[in-house]
Design a binder for this molecule. Structure first.
Ligand SMILES: [Zn+2]
Length: 418
């Protein structure tokens, strides 16, 4: 997403990447010859650009607006628990809102104000690119856990290619290509999810067992609250025995580390993983807003690690993880990316979470249960000052054999910082 930041941070009239629009020239023409042939040509070019954005919009909108990949990932392997009321994508700007934006741009192009039309078209292009990138990234994230089981599925390669093409197209502001590849990424992600579900039904016994194991691991912390998971419920990270994570996260991290070690010759150095509520309170006290509100950190679910990492965003390690971690279900939250709203923590990586563009945070992808919701007013996050000095090692909540959705880990709208 680093380059996306660069794309979006570009001055509104900097279209040096774009071969078919010379907006700087068009603006200059306004004060010279507003009715001349050059002016007409600039208008035509702008209109062509609007048409391209419109075509991209059709590509994005010409598919179901409900993010089917997100719904599927919520109900991974549990078609009996499909959440029919799952909310549609609620990013700041959704695909369904794009047509109005495009139409508005077209009207302003037609009004003859080239300078204003230039700015409007630029803005719409950015919006289309944002939606396309959001689709591509979310598809990849939501498929990340499933793909662990179906790495041989040809859709996995298609997903990788489509997400990469989305980003590459955005980098050169090709909105049509970005939209097209984003749709391909979403469809591929849906295919991966279906493949995993089919394995659970028709696969050989070994495959079925693998699916069942992943489901069991993903649900192993159901019934506990953030930061109150007994260590015995979690798993030790094989190459870092002092660290604990949810078992599927620990196993995926071991696979990720094995690939990392091939390229770097040493293990990943982990400085933090599961964090109890007390530890979250201590971290908050020490780091302030750089740390998550206690009770909301993804560390409290055993789904986040911090790396002992030098050079941050500029490090070879960060670049490698950005390119490879998602293959193993790990990713860097978009809001922590360089240029994201922050906090900016290149060392913080998460497993089994999905970027939530509606809140600008990341939340756990729940498996087989409804998606996390905002805590009801009657059960607020415990105030820091009321916490006991030492939390019980193995707190009271004992998950039943079949945890109910109401006892599902609940995501807050507070930024789940490290
Ligand atoms: Zn962290």
């Amino acid at each position: 997403m680093v380059f996306l930041t660069a794309v979006l941070a570009a001055p509104p009239v900097d279209t040096s990447h774009s071969a078919d629009v010379d907006q700087t020239g068009a603006e200059a023409l306004v004060s010279q010859e507003p009715t001349g042939s050059a002016y007409t040509l600039a208008l035509t070019r702008l209109d062509d650009r609007v048409a391209a954005v419109e075509a991209a919009t059709v590509t994005l909108v010409g598919h179901p607006l409900v993010d089917t990949t997100k719904v599927a990932s919520r109900t991974l392997f549990r078609p009996d628990l499909v959440d029919a009321t799952a909310a549609p994508v609620t990013s700041g700007l959704t695909a369904e809102q794009l047509p109005d934006r495009v139409q508005g741009a077209r009207q302003q192009v037609a009004s003859g104000d080239v300078a204003e039309a230039t700015r409007v078209v630029e803005g719409v292009e950015t919006d289309v690119l944002l939606v396309a990138l959001d689709l591509g990234d979310q598809s990849a994230q939501n498929a990340a856990m499933t793909r662990l089981l179906v790495s041989a599925d040809p859709q996995v390669a298609l997903l990788d290619a489509a997400v990469g093409a989305t980003h590459a197209a955005a980098e050169v502001r090709d909105v049509v290509a970005a939209a097209t590849s984003a749709v391909q990424a979403r469809d591929a992600a849906a295919g991966i999810t279906v493949a995993a579900q089919q394995i659970a039904v028709t696969g050989d016994e070994a495959s079925k067992a693998a699916v069942a194991k992943v489901e069991q691991q993903a649900r192993s912390t159901d019934g506990y609250t953030n930061g109150a998971i007994p260590l015995k419920v979690l798993c030790v990270v094989a190459f870092a025995p002092s660290q604990h994570l949810r078992c599927d996260a620990a196993e995926a991290l071991a696979r990720l580390n094995a690939a990392y070690r091939v390229d770097f010759g040493h293990d990943l150095k982990i400085s933090g993983s599961y964090r109890t509520l007390d530890e979250q309170i201590s971290t908050r006290a020490a780091k302030g807003t750089m740390a998550a509100v206690p009770g909301t950190s993804n560390h409290g679910w055993g789904l986040a690690i911090d790396l002992d990492q030098a050079n941050g965003y500029r490090s070879a390690q960060y670049a490698w993880l950005k390119a490879n971690a998602m293959t193993y279900g790990w990713h860097h939250p978009v809001y922590m990316d360089e240029g994201g709203r922050g906090p900016h923590e290149p060392w913080h990586w998460e497993f089994g979470t999905s970027d939530d563009s509606s809140t600008g945070t990341s939340v756990p992808i729940t498996v087989g249960v409804p998606a996390p919701t905002t805590p009801p007013p009657t059960s607020p996050v415990p105030p820091v000052v009321e916490q006991p000095a030492v939390a019980p090692v193995e707190p009271a909540p004992t998950p039943s054999a079949t945890p109910t959705p109401s006892s599902t880990p609940t995501a807050s709208t507070e930024p789940p910082a490290p």
